[in-house]
Design a protein around this ligand. Structure first.
Ligand code: SAH
Length: 361
């Protein structure tokens, strides 16, 4: 198909866009204008980009396109949360979720089709891993949401399906695009990448980007974290914590946001809270306690609200700002860990799970 050979301008950041236009014998500022047309005005049709010379528009029609993801499902929840299911060219589906909250409106974006990390309490993990998203497919989710809602997006979190730092280059490019003045103008404090803790990638991110960092901690010691977040066996806490501390060093406004899913009888006792306080000593921290969202086939249960509150109070008393994340969009399966999309599991994980000995806790 001819269209497959066209360059998709949706995924180009400012530098790449300018370079392309210069290469076409045009001017860099036309590239900047196109960036603005696409992202600020939501225009994907070159014929509507009226400040471009006619000849340039004709040339763009031949060589390039603005290929946006196809929305197959677009549903508001009763609490104002909104979920989009997007179909990619390969037929796989990904999900993004819009969460309004007072003056804020946050979009939660996916970075991979499925996920390879196998965290034991996450439904995306059950889907296995299919492939990385391109920068265009990542920023495309922002494009779709910005068109679909009448309020501007104030925050983007890479907390949807997938491990963003395992798709490093595309994620960094997409985050670069969303921070541009010509596009969505999101400051570094309003774009957050969430990782399960791929330590070398955290150091690399620190070199090339200044977005905010969230880390899925979920356990205060290696023995428990090895079970819940298996990547911990490769990058244990004694490597993870210093990498995160290094990331926020030198900026007083910066804190690491820790995510901690509250699992009944697993990681939610006062003893765990005490251990956590010790672990995070000396690291500027903000704690997000996430009530566990169940999904079919899981044995885990969410901690009771009183226990979550006691845990939170313990951390607060030790000076760690802690909030309990409100569960949003449950009625449309849009809550944390419930994004499943439709993935062909290349890792055949379902099969391995079926054969595995049931997990003891
Ligand atoms: N792979 C990245 C990005 C996913 S973010 C990461 O691990 O950070 C999604 C967040 O939701 C993570 O903190 C994840 O641990 C959490 N989560 C996953 N499944 C969940 C569930 N069933 N209930 C509540 N939170 C869950």
């Amino acid at each position: 198909m001819v269209s497959d050979q066209k360059i998709n301008l949706l995924g180009l950041e400012r530098g790449a866009m300018e370079a392309l236009f210069v290469e076409l014998g045009s001017k860099a500022f036309h590239g900047r204008n196109v960036l603005k047309w696409i992202h600020k005005h939501g225009v994907s049709d070159f014929s509507l980009m009226t400040d471009l010379p006619k000849r340039l528009r004709a040339r763009l029609e031949e060589l390039a396109e603005v290929r946006v993801p196809e929305v197959v499902f677009d549903q508001p929840a009763s609490d104002g949360t909104h979920k989009w299911v997007l179909e990619l060219e390969c037929g796989n589906r990904i999900e993004s979720v819009y969460i309004p909250d007072g003056d804020r409106s946050t979009l939660c974006v996916s970075s991979q089709v499925g996920c390879s990390l196998d965290c034991s309490f996450c439904s995306t993990a059950r889907q296995g891993f299919n492939r990385n998203l391109s920068a265009a497919e990542i920023i495309g989710q922002v494009w779709v949401a910005a068109r679909g809602m009448n309020k501007p997006l104030t925050n983007v979190v890479l907390m949807g399906m997938g491990e963003p730092l395992a798709n490093f280059d595309a994620v960094v490019s997409a985050m670069e695009i969303m921070q541009d003045d010509l596009t969505y103008m999101l400051s570094k404090y309003r774009v957050t990448v969430s990782t399960s803790g791929i330590v070398p990638a955290i150091y690399r991110l620190n070199e090339v980007s200044d977005v905010s960092l969230a880390v899925s901690l979920h356990a205060p010691n290696n023995a428990l974290r090895d079970q819940l977040v298996p990547i911990n066996r490769k990058y244990p806490l004694e490597e993870l914590i210093p990498a995160c501390r290094e990331y926020v060093r030198g900026d007083k406004r910066r804190k690491v946001t820790w995510e901690y899913v509250m699992l009944d009888g697993v990681n939610d006792s006062i003893r765990h809270a005490r251990e956590l306080i010790r672990l995070l000593e000396g690291t500027p921290s903000k704690m997000n306690l996430i009530p566990f969202n169940p999904f079919p086939g899981t044995d885990y249960r969410c901690s009771p609200p009183e226990r979550i509150e006691a845990f939170r109070q313990k951390l607060m008393k030790a000076g760690i700002i802690s909030i309990t994340r409100k569960t949003r969009g449950e009625d449309i399966d849009a809550a944390c860990g419930q994004l499943v999309g439709k993935v062909r599991d290349r890792s055949r994980r379902e099969l391995r799970l079926a054969r595995a000995v049931p997990r003891g806790r």
